[in-house]
Design a protein around this ligand. Structure first.
Ligand code: SAM
Length: 458
């Protein structure tokens, strides 16, 4: 482990909760903490997993520590979206959302800096099925991994966008909740990624701080009056944490939202910002089992950004009667979904968020919306991989359960020695979690696992 940057250590001297000796010691120990959060759509209990867990993460309903880091690449359940590998401290977002948002209501939630999708998949598991999650990533090259992770998570109430924060100003007062997990100098992840130490500098902290202010100023008009802004970083620097809270309270019309730390959350440090006394929550690896993290919540007071009237220019293209006759029997609880056509594909979205798609379509670049079920060709659905991984498939669709070795062969798009009993489009499962499609023909089986996603190792 390279030496922690001395200017970082000296800048932390007066920061609440910082204890230099134990901070350095925990970094030098080289201890690695691995944790996952299970997907409640797909896994009923951690016993369904292939590996043992090592206890629950105290502030997360679905998060577990692992005794060691398994090979996720060779676990079919990882590819089926049964869990997400996520750093434990950042799962505290769950507690913040539960304490500040009316999660049983139908909410519109924006995850502004979303790739690769850790916070988005967590948010999706928290909000009600009638809520909408817009999962946005500005950097084009990172949107693919975000889309892939959202697809694996399988929910229909998510729209993935690729926009700059300021683009959301077109949606004034639209969102009930905005999560800004801002790009930062990354000191909180030094223990996990020691190479990042070489890239740290005071100048970069300043640059990050300015960018964080710009991102927040740009997106805030999209928050409703009374809506909740959740801000987080994985930096220890006050310039990116408490000072951003002070800046927010100085230049925008937010109110602070304190949280109650539960007794089972020992080690989380509440800090108070210097100017506006805003509470924030710090995670130090020498105090909790997780990495460095900061989070704070605010409520927007002003109504200055009254929602602009939204004239939806786009019209939904609906599937034909014949297409509906093919697709509807294949969708579980089909009456709760709205189906529309996007090019030749039929997309399913929960009934009450379908209009949001039209609104977003007119102002945002949409990478993915709802669940792409597939294309109807000659009265047959050519199913999409998204449909296989979603919560939408009915039991009338044939499925086969594979053992681990065959499941891995399937994920490599290799021959997995299945006979040709059965017929047609069939779901492939491992421990009841769907991995994708095959098509069983009279003399062979075609493997439809997406080429770009296949496991490359032997
Ligand atoms: N929330 C993600 C998660 O939990 O998986 C991690 C987000 S990471 C801390 C910050 C993200 O902000 C990165 O994906 C990065 O590409 C994006 N980003 C970088 N510059 C940005 C900008 N100017 N505006 C908005 N997002 C930006």
């Amino acid at each position: 482990m390279p030496q922690l940057p001395p200017p970082l250590l000296s800048s932390l001297q007066s920061v609440t909760g910082y204890d230099e000796e134990s901070f350095i010691e925990v970094h030098e120990s080289g201890e690695q903490v691995t944790s996952i959060r299970i997907n409640p759509y797909k896994i009923e209990s951690p016993q369904q997993l292939k590996f043992q867990t090592a206890g629950k993460i105290p502030w997360s309903s679905c998060g577990y520590y692992l005794p060691e880091r398994p090979s996720f690449t060779t676990d079919p359940l990882f590819h089926g979206g049964a869990y997400y590998v996520q750093e434990a401290s950042s799962m505290f977002l769950e507690e913040v959302v539960k304490q500040t948002c009316a999660i049983t209501k139908a909410l519109k939630v924006l995850d502004l800096c979303a790739a690769p999708g850790g916070k988005s998949t967590l948010l999706q598991s928290l909000i009600s099925p009638g809520s909408l999650l817009v999962s946005n990533e500005v950097i084009k090259t990172r949107v693919n991994i975000l889309s892939e992770n959202i697809t694996k998570w399988g929910a229909a109430n998510v729209i993935v966008t690729n926009n700059d924060p300021k683009d959301f100003q077109k949606l004034k007062g639209y969102f009930d909740v905005i999560v800004a997990d801002a790009p930062c100098s990354g000191s909180g992840l030094f223990r996990k990624d020691p190479d990042a130490i070489h890239e740290w500098s005071i100048d970069n902290v300043q640059l990050c701080s300015q960018r964080q202010q710009r991102i927040l100023a740009d997106v805030l008009p999209a928050l409703k009056q009374g809506g909740v802004l959740i801000y987080s970083t994985c930096s220890y620097s006050a310039e990116e944490d408490e000072q951003i809270c002070d800046w927010l309270l100085s230049v925008t019309d937010q109110h602070i939202v304190p949280l109650t730390l539960q007794l089972n959350h020992p080690g989380i440090v509440e800090t108070i910002s210097a100017k506006h006394k805003a509470p924030g929550y710090r995670f130090y690896p020498d105090k909790i089992k997780g990495e460095g993290f900061f989070i704070a919540a605010f409520r927007k007071e002003s109504a200055d950004d009254s929602p602009t009237s939204r004239q939806v220019k786009n019209k939904v293209q609906l599937p034909s009667k014949d297409e509906l006759a093919v697709i509807l029997p294949l969708i579980k609880n089909a009456d709760r979904f709205s189906l529309c056509k996007w090019m030749n594909d039929i997309i399913a979205m929960p009934e009450n968020v379908a209009e949001d798609l039209l609104i977003l379509q007119s102002s945002m670049y949409i990478k993915k919306a709802g669940v792409k079920t597939g294309t109807v060709v000659r009265n047959e659905l050519i199913p999409d991989h998204e449909f296989a991984l979603s919560e939408l498939t009915t039991a009338i669709i044939p499925s086969i359960e594979l053992d681990e070795a065959s499941a891995l062969q399937y994920l490599r798009r290799a021959d997995f020695g299945l006979g040709t009993t059965g017929k047609g489009w069939t779901l492939v499962k491992f421990r009841q979690v769907t991995l994708g499609w095959i098509k069983i023909l009279p003399n062979r089986v075609n493997n439809y696992y997406p080429k770009d996603w296949r496991i490359l190792n032997k």
